[in-house]
Design a protein around this ligand. Sequence first.
Ligand SMILES: *Cc1c(COP(=O)(O)O)cnc(C)c1O
Length: 416
Amino acid sequence: MNSYQDYFGQFGGRYAAEVLRTPLDELEAAYRSAIADPAFRAEFDRVAATYTGRPTPLMHAANLSAACGGAQIHVKLEGLANTGAHKINHVVGQCLLAKRMGKKRVIAETGAGQHGLATAAMCAKLGLPCQVYMGAVDMRRQKPNVFWMELFGAEVTQVDSGSRTLKDAVNEALRDWAGSFADTYYVIGSALGPSPYPAMVREFQTVVGREVQSQCRAAGFEPDALIACVGGGSNSLGMFAPFLEAERPELIGVEAGGRALAPGQHASRMSGHGVPAIAHGYKSLFLTTGDGQIAETHSVSAGLDYPGVGPQLAELGRTGRVQFTTASDAEALDAVRRFARGEGIVMALESAHAGAVALAEARRRPPDQHLVVNMSGRGDKDLFILARELDPARWREFLEREAASLAPAAEAEVRS
Ligand SMILES: *Cc1c(COP(=O)(O)O)cnc(C)c1O
């Protein structure tokens, strides 16, 4: 496969403001040279092995497979990577590229905080100052990740424009970059944005798919289907990429079905709800309102609620090479519980969307079939959401006690 591509069918391209042409041209040239340089690849592999924690294991979910009574489920434990998700893969690649380009500062946008967290961590490792743009609403929802990013020394900048979520953080990061690109690298968080970002992010994530390929071979089976959740597309494309040119295995992308497939209640762009549009510098399928504005979305998982989908996935959906389906909030929560009880792993809520579909597929396929599901992240970050969903009364009691213990000394004395 080409490691660089501008368009995927009609999708992709570079629809950025005039001022961004120079930095995007510069980025493309630097990326092309880096990816062709064995020394750059060796450095990526070295950091992956000694910092990221690669290769991540491929685990046979023997108990759940038996319980389903059908196909064998295997889980790629990408959540065991440093900072808890696959995001670190494209962050390592981009931050090494920033260093190679001689950039002195790194910026990023973040929604749930996972991409910002990975970027802040890698910048700490490389000694690069890091500024992360995050919507005010997301900062409130994802306080623990704000805490971790600041612990890594990053500056987290609150975005108060628009709906004060991820799309507004992207706009703010692009605005910063337009004025700062001479010394600043913009680390994008998924396989989207203006070219060359979609192809570059996919390429850095392809390490996941290559490992799956060799781990399946070593375990003595050919996968029948690969299943991954789809926000922007980085974890799914990373796993699918080495298999795209072949007819098998089946490739299944799982979007957020949310509460219902009604406007504002989900984030499924590929199930007929998304329409071709241009936003954030690229053309793809977006959820829009009647008057053409980017729509509000909902998912229990903060990483799957972006209103657009990466351009390569939009095209792979059109050709049919990747099939898309959805899992609802409730199905994802149920899958978290099942994988925890059955296999001793806590899936991130995003990954649990893929986990839910893996369980359903396993039930309706014969035992000699093999499914590989990407656990894109681990669920530690979701403690505050899981606990209030799964055990609300005791969680509330705990939080009240914690809050009381933080009260000023005088107040605490009066109480005791
Ligand atoms: C960000 C995130 C996703 C969604 O992003 P993609 O680019 O579609 O992979 C999925 N899982 C986890 C754990 C994430 O942090």
